[in-house]
Design a protein. Structure first.
Lengths: 128, 80, 589
């Protein structure tokens, strides 16, 4: 199964991943509403990487009390079953999942054709 | 015949599959333009060709080369 | 029409009363000037009466985005920072990288206008539509790096900060505004304007989004242009080497300045070149929405800086007769922390070195004295001791002490690090640039020196050459696209503008906007009394010949310089005094 892979030293902290993710999934360019959040920052004379992207670890699938999440190459949330309880978001080790209007929003790798990988300038993000 | 060394800078090494340095033999009186063209680098066909320097000094592209010269070719740069 | 991509909202910070207000964006200005540089200058032309004191409450400091900002168009993440310059009295628009531009847009604003003058040192915190004014407290007096760190610790990483150092607080006319620690709005004393309003920092958090005309097409085009155009060697060399790549080209091209522009090559250039500096590379960084990543994060013992850029390397290196890479990095770091423009601060220091060595006036610093350079930066930032005179720039200092022959500036803005005797059109580009000697308006070396067959040592054709370069950058920095997407074209700009805004933009429109932007800047200056007499060249350039390199023996004869100016005025439709006719000015408004 292909997953997102991230190479730190190729990341320039541009945020295009989140910007284009939101362009693909939302009605506006709205990086705060993306399904990937990768940034870099300076702290105490060091360059720090904050890489929040879905690794398809499957913890959300296992922890959902309503069994609303399935994984078949990519994650899918059944809106009929999801109550927006937030357990998946809490358990997600990469802190990617968000709850909006009682629904879990998570990365589906654009159904196996991730937009973030296509736009990443130095190919820090790969899908393999 | 004379011997010169060619060095490529900037994006030009892509025309030599990444190679940056060559030593070649050319007839006396060959110009920088002709020497480069003989090695697959024709400034007239490369939009972002920059300039040439001989022995560390920029010269015009049609300057003639002498034995032992080091010819450096650059692509364009921008900004500051 | 209301174009999309804009938030259609301007935030005004009235510092005198400590309150803020919002208003719609002047869409009529945006239709003619698009955004960033052009839009900021048009606003300043409208809102500043002529003769305003640049350090007084009537000057306005504009932080201006453009339609591409925040949309994901590659290399669009720069922010225009503009005001009337306290160094020159001209219009001054700077460009700062980092993440402030995108954040301001996501907070809901196209532009932030800072007006008036606070009673006490202040900070302004903007969280989307919430604006708070606070006392700067102990932040006032701190170095820019420490101040930004304190703010980051207090408010968190979601905020971006625009910060001044002690130099800006003390209204030094070569002080800058920092962001992300190592990015600057550098020149013309822009930091002094912020300091005169007693604003130590502006913090912005933006959690919103923005609408564009065709979001799916935008996504496809961003990916297409990034993969097919941005990501090619001709642009991507900045990821590999940053602007250190210019050093060898300038050395071989004979335009690398040495010892206060006394010469134009440095045989020691391999001691501080890109290979050496990048040996301590600790990471790469780009701005928001960057498609390349030019920032080199270097850690060399205690010299930590994202940089140094070519300008800083050249002014603190060969132009100061220094060749130790640690010294160059440390100069950059101290200048950033003090909040000083490396170009101007470096230039005044090397002028002071020449003054001391020639015995005209003893400033107590000589060529090669790198330690003293760092010490003097701190004195200049605080206007203390010998720093008090030097902080005012080479024009003021040479008016007072002599040495005007080699005070390298135009209109009071110090010379960038490209020797014009090796690139004659550059002398005219420096002379006619809207804010004083600047290399980012028309980058002449790219055509004259880094080109195979255009002769650099002649005046012929330079008017048109400089104009074409100036037009391109003027519109490029108004849409805006960063300089380092070198291969971008008017076609690409127009295509993306149409996709984002919903208004039909044609490639020819881009050239028209570029010309208009040059003209509105000139109109601002003309209203302040500037004309041909101010489009100058330092005496050194027309009187002294270079000694080494391909340009050895070259100086620019006065007649050649005048010829280039005449050509340029002709191309622009200005009269022989460089003045714009009334009807041309009216057509801009």
């Amino acid at each position: 199964m292909k997953r997102l892979k991230f190479t730190k030293n190729l990341c320039i902290g541009c945020g295009l991943c989140a910007q284009m993710c939101s362009a693909n999934k939302e009605e506006k360019v709205w990086p705060k509403r993306a399904r990937i959040f990768i940034e870099t920052s300076y702290d105490d004379g060091k360059l720090v990487y904050h890489d929040h992207y879905c690794t398809l670890c499957g913890i959300c699938v296992k922890s959902c009390p309503e069994e609303a999440i399935t994984l078949n190459g990519y994650l899918q949330v059944d809106p009929e079953k999801c109550t927006g309880c937030g357990v998946c978001a809490e358990k997600c080790p990469k802190k990617v999942i968000r709850i909006r209007e009682d629904l879990a929003i998570m990365c589906d790798t654009c159904e196996g054709d991730p937009t973030c990988v296509k736009v990443c300038p130095q190919h820090a993000l790969r899908f393999e | 015949m004379i011997t010169i060394k060619i060095l490529l800078r900037g994006t030009l090494p892509k025309y030599w599959a990444g190679e940056k340095e060559r030593t070649i033999e050319i007839p006396e009186g060959t110009t920088c333009h002709e020497a480069l063209k003989s090695q697959g680098i024709d400034y007239e066909k490369i939009p972002r060709f920059g300039f040439v320097a001989v022995n560390g000094m920029r010269v015009m592209i049609h300057q003639e080369l002498k034995d032992g010269d080091e010819l450096k070719a650059y692509s364009k740069v921008s900004g500051g | 029409m209301t174009m999309l991509g804009y938030q259609n909202k301007v935030l005004r910070l009235q510092m005198t009363e400590g309150r803020s207000s919002t208003e719609p964006l002047r869409m009529d200005f945006a239709e003619k000037y698009i955004g960033q540089k052009g839009l900021a200058i048009r606003y300043l032309y409208e809102e500043l009466p002529p003769g305003v004191d640049a350090l007084g409450p009537e000057n306005k400091l504009l932080f201006t985005t453009g339609p591409f900002t925040g949309t994901g168009v590659p290399c669009s993440g720069k922010l225009s920072v503009a005001a009337k310059s306290p160094a020159t009295g001209t219009i001054n628009d700077c460009s700062i990288g980092g993440h402030a531009a995108n954040t301001i847009k996501y907070a809901g604003y196209d532009m932030i206008i800072v007006e008036g003058q606070a009673e006490k040192p202040s900070i302004v915190i903007i969280e989307d539509e919430k604006v708070t004014f606070e006392d700067a407290g102990e932040l006032w007096g701190m170095g820019a790096h420490e101040a930004e760190k304190r703010l980051q610790d207090r408010f968190g990483r979601e905020y971006v900060f625009l910060v001044i150092g002690p130099a800006g607080e003390n209204m030094v006319p070569m002080s800058c505004i920092n962001s992300d620690y190592y990015r600057q709005a550098g020149r013309g004393g822009i930091g002094a304007v912020m300091g005169s309003k007693k604003v130590k920092a502006i913090g912005i958090k933006g959690t919103g989004g923005l609408s564009v005309a065709d979001i799916k097409a935008l996504k496809d085009k961003v990916i297409k242009y990034q993969q097919e155009d941005v990501h090619q060697d001709d642009n991507n060399f900045v990821f590999d080497a940053g602007t250190t790549a210019f050093l060898e080209a300038c050395q071989d091209g004979g335009i690398l300045p040495k010892r206060n522009f006394s010469d134009a090559t440095d045989e020691k250039w391999t001691e501080y070149n890109g290979d050496v500096l990048l040996s301590k590379l600790a990471g790469k960084r780009g701005c928001g929405s960057c498609g390349l990543g030019c920032g080199n994060f270097i850690q060399w013992e205690d010299a930590i800086v994202e940089g140094p850029e070519y300008e800083s390397i050249a002014v603190a290196g060969p132009n100061a007769d220094v060749s130790n890479p640690y010294d160059i990095l440390k100069f950059n770091q101290v200048a950033d922390d003090m909040g000083l423009d490396t170009i101007s601060a470096g230039d005044v220091l090397i002028w002071a070195m020449e003054m001391t060595e020639k015995g005209i006036h003893d400033f107590g610093i000589r060529f090669g004295e790198a330690d003293k350079m760092r010490e003097y930066l701190k004195l200049m930032a605080h206007k203390e001791g010998v720093g008090a005179d030097l902080a005012m720039g080479v024009r003021a200092a040479s008016d007072k002490y002599g040495g005007q022959e080699f005070a390298m500036h135009v209109k009071g803005l110090e010379y960038p690090q490209y020797e014009p005797r090796g690139s004659w059109g550059m002398a005219m580009a420096y002379a006619t640039s809207d804010r004083g000697a600047c290399h980012m308006r028309a980058y002449a070396p790219n055509e004259e020196v880094f080109a195979a067959s255009i002769p650099p040592y002649t005046a012929e054709g330079k008017g048109q050459m400089v104009y074409s370069l100036a037009e391109f950058n003027a519109v490029k920095f108004s849409v805006c696209i960063c300089d380092f997407w070198a291969t971008v074209t008017y076609d690409i700009m127009a295509d993306l503008l149409t996709t984002v805004t919903g208004k039909e933009w044609a490639p020819d429109d881009m050239g028209e906007v570029g010309r208009r932007v040059i003209n509105i800047a000139r109109a601002f200056n003309q209203r302040e009394g500037f004309d041909r007499k101010d489009d100058t060249v330092p005496p050194r350039i027309v009187k002294e010949a270079l000694a080494s390199g391909p340009a050895s023996g070259q100086m620019i004869p006065r007649e050649a310089f005048d010829d280039m100016l005449n050509q340029y005025y002709d191309v622009m439709g200005w009269d022989e005094n460089g003045r714009m006719p009334e009807d041309l000015i009216k057509s801009l408004l």
